[in-house]
Design a protein around this ligand. Structure first.
Ligand SMILES: Nc1ncnc2c1ncn2[C@@H]1O[C@H](COP(=O)(O)OP(=O)(O)OP(=O)(O)O)[C@@H](O)[C@H]1O
Length: 350
């Protein structure tokens, strides 16, 4: 049985530290959902997990699990499972007995707790590994065992603190699929700390962006990418395009021209942010201004992993970055028209 988690105005200061680790964090994670906490190093991500788990007490505010204020409730009675970057398995126990541990400590017989553990080992696709010593596992297998061990304790909330960051990219993808399987089978509430926005988008329903101990935005993956609340969120999500201007009548007006924005966008000064992946780039075949987009010159083409990115420069010197369609290599110096889909364009305060 899973449970929702609610942090209300949570702050946390450590000893004499000048700046608090958390300030006024209000975050609601619905029962059975998965939120990824994303932010730069030192922004307070792990501290959020630690106050939920009861490993650190809050300095102010409240934490509710399943509607109950958990102030003063010892960590082991909060119904929370924790998995860290390092699996921290018991080296003297077999794989099966690591997973059986919580049940055994809870009073189950050795045979009963091992039967129970086998179910979770099967779930993480290590059904045949129960008899192995921990030392005979790869890093990815150890992390699977750590997840099985946490799940075997039937937590209402599963907290994952950068659990996959030490794994190579292929193994990480396997672990993302595993989390999907775990969610389908058990529907636990999951809060995952990561500094990898692609991982956050791959596994979570919602992303909570944190910076300097403050929660900047908690929203669906799509909205965090396409409707960031500020330039800071946009940049943390890898956004590259920011054009200052002002909004008038559902149009953002800037040296780029008039760009349609969502109806209801507040009027006045605002910065247009546009996801570079969503911009359509096409060659401009005549010298006329385009009715459907903005026209500029490609000033740079760069390879960015599997895709190429162009820098497009406009008459006033402003620039936009856009991903090129695959295949066509002849863009250097070209005059191009950029189509900016309304779904990928938003305006944030200046
Ligand atoms: N036990 C502690 N004592 C003193 N300061 C602490 C303690 N734990 C965390 N901090 C401080 O609180 C701030 C937030 O730390 P936290 O570990 O939550 O950040 P993080 O976002 O998880 O970072 P990272 O991505 O590097 O793991 C940091 O400035 C850190 O130095």
């Amino acid at each position: 049985m899973s449970a929702g988690v609610l942090l209300h105005e949570v702050s946390k200061s450590f000893g004499a530290a000048r700046t608090p680790a958390l300030t006024g964090v209000t975050l609601a994670v619905a029962d059975g959902s998965c939120t990824a906490i994303l932010g730069p190093s030192g922004s307070g991500k792990s501290t959020i997990l630690r106050v939920i788990a009861g490993l650190d007490e809050v300095s102010g505010g409240t934490v509710h699990v399943d509607g109950v204020d958990v102030a003063g409730v010892p960590s082991e009675q909060r119904g929370i499972g924790l998995v860290f970057q390092r699996p921290l398995l018991f080296p003297h126990l077999s794989v099966l007995d690591n997973v059986a541990f919580s049940h055994r400590v809870g009073g189950a017989s050795r045979a009963g707790s091992r039967r129970h553990a086998q179910h979770y080992l099967d779930l993480v696709q290590l059904g045949g590994f129960g008899g192995r010593p921990i030392q005979a596992l790869s890093g990815g297998q150890e992390q699977r065992v750590a997840i099985a061990r946490a799940l075997a304790a039937a937590p209402r909330v599963l907290l994952l603190d950068e659990p996959f960051s030490a794994l190579d990219p292929a193994l990480r993808e396997d672990m993302h699929l595993l989390l999907d399987d775990v969610r389908s089978a058990l529907s636990p509430t999951i809060i995952l700390v990561t500094h990898d926005r692609e991982e956050a988008a791959a596994v979570a329903d919602r992303i909570a962006v944190i910076h300097n101990g403050a929660l900047l935005q908690h929203d669906t993956v799509d909205r965090i990418y396409h409707r960031p609340a500020s330039t800071r969120v946009s940049r943390l999500m890898g956004g590259l395009n920011e054009i200052p201007g002002h909004v008038h009548g559902a149009m953002h007006v800037s040296p780029l021209g008039q760009v349609p924005v969502s109806p209801g966008t507040p009027e006045g000064p605002g910065i247009l942010v546009i996801r570079h992946e969503a911009i359509e780039v096409s060659r401009c075949t005549d010298n006329e201004p385009s009715a459907s987009g903005v026209v500029g010159h490609v000033s740079r083409v760069r390879q960015f992993g599997p895709r190429r990115m162009v820098t497009v420069t406009f008459g006033d010197g402003s620039e936009l970055f856009a991903a090129l369609p695959p295949g066509d290599g002849m863009y250097d110096g070209c005059r191009v028209v950029l189509t900016l889909p309304t779904e990928a364009v938003s305006v944030v305060p200046r």
